[in-house]
Design a protein around this ligand. Sequence first.
Ligand SMILES: Nc1ncnc2c1ncn2[C@@H]1O[C@H](COP(=O)(O)OP(=O)(O)O)[C@@H](O)[C@H]1O
Ligand SMILES: CC(=O)OP(=O)(O)O
Ligand SMILES: [Mg+2]
Length: 395
Amino acid sequence: MTKTLAVNAGSSSLKWQLYEMPEEKVIAKGIFERIGLKDSIVTVKYNGNEDTKTLDVNDHNQAVNILLEDLKAFGIVQDFSEITGVGHRVVAGGELFKESTRVNAEVLAQIESLSVLAPLHNPANAAGIKAFLELLPDATAVAVFDTAFHTSMPEKAYRYPIPAKYYEEYNVRKYGAHGTSHMYVAGEAAKVLGKPLEELKLITAHIGNGVSLTAVDGGKSVDTSMGFTPLGGVMMGTRAGEMDPSVIPYLISETDLESAQDVIDMMNKKSGLSGVSEVSSDMRDIQAAKEEGNEKAKLAFDMFVDRIQKYIGQYLAVLNGADAIIFTAGVGENARHVRTAIIEGMSWFGMEIDQTKNVRGNFGVISTAESKVKVLVIPTDEELVIARDVERLKD
Ligand SMILES: Nc1ncnc2c1ncn2[C@@H]1O[C@H](COP(=O)(O)OP(=O)(O)O)[C@@H](O)[C@H]1O
Ligand SMILES: CC(=O)OP(=O)(O)O
Ligand SMILES: [Mg+2]
C-alpha cells in the first residue's frame, strides 16, 4: 500500500487529501479556509472523525506546518516515510510546463521563477514543494499545473492585441488558470449528462476566492477568463479582474500609490468583493452583510454576478451555444443565491433553475426539464487529479 498526499494551495485556502493508491481510497483530508483573514478555519477528517479548530493562519507556510503536526497528532501517519508520493498544485507553468512534471531542485527553481505569472500562488506552491522535498526526499514529488489544460486554446484566443514582438520575445499572452478544476468538472458533467465529452459544448464556472470561466469544446479549453496572471477576467474575492489599464498611470500620478507594482498589488489583494464592500473577501460575510442591509455589500454582490454573466455571454458566443453551464468551487458549489442571481438574469438564453434542486449539498443537474441550457453543480476535486498524476508519473 502506498500513501499519496495531494496538496492544493489556493489564494485563501490549502486543501489536502491523503490517498491509498492506486485504489484512490481517501484515508484523510483537510482544508485550511480563510488563510490570511481573522479566524481561519482548520478542518481535518480521518477515520470517521472530524476535527475543526478556529485560529489565525497567516500564510501557507504556517498551514503546511500545522498540516504536518496534525498528520502525526491525529495518528493519520505514524511516520512520514509512509508517504511515498506528494503531488502539488502549481498555478503557473508558463511556456515551460505544459503537463504534470516530476519535481527536483531545478524544477522547483523554475516554478519560483514563474512567480510573476501567479504572484499570489506560485510562491506559496513553491514553499509547499520545498517543505515536502526536505521532509520526504525519497517520495515521488509531482507538480500539476493549472495552466496545462488551457494549452489547447487557439492562438486567436490566447494572444493579446499588442505588437507581436511582446508575444514573440517576451511570452506575453493569456495562460489561464484553474485548469485542473475546469478539466475535472467538464469530465464529470459529461457522465451526469450521459453524453461523450467529445460531443459537448460546456461553460465551466469555477467560483472560489479566485474565479475563472472556461469555454470547453469537445473536452478542450478553447478560451478562459484569466489572463497573463490570475488577475484577469472577472471580479473575485480580492482581485479586480479586467479593467482599463489607463487607470494604472493615473493612480500613480494622483494618489499615494507610487509604482505600477503598488497598483497591481492593490488590484490583486485589496479589490474585488473586499474592496467594493469594505466588508470582506469571503462570500459568506458578504451574504450576511447584505442581509443586514449593507449597501456596499449589495453592490459588491451585484457587480460580482454581473461580471460572471458577461463572461457566460461571451462564451455562448465563442462556442456558438452551449449544452450546459457547470458551477464549481467554494462559492459555485455552496452559494445558491449566487447561482440564482446569475441564471435568473440570463433567462433569454433558455436557462432556468429548478429551485427545489438548487439546495446546498445537492449536486448534478439543477435546471428545469425545459431549460435549453442545462445548469449543473459539480464539486471539484483537484486533489484526485493530482494524486492520479503522481501515480502515473512514479517509477
Ligand atoms: N456555505 C457557503 N456559502 C457561500 N459561500 C461559501 C460557502 N462555503 C464557502 N464559500 C465561499 O467559497 C470561497 C472560497 O472558495 P475556495 O474554492 O475554497 O477558494 P480558493 O480560491 O482559495 O481555492 C469563499 O468566498 C467562501 O466564502
Ligand atoms: C488561480 C487562482 O485564482 O486560484 P485560487 O482560486 O485557488 O486562488
Ligand atoms: Mg481553489
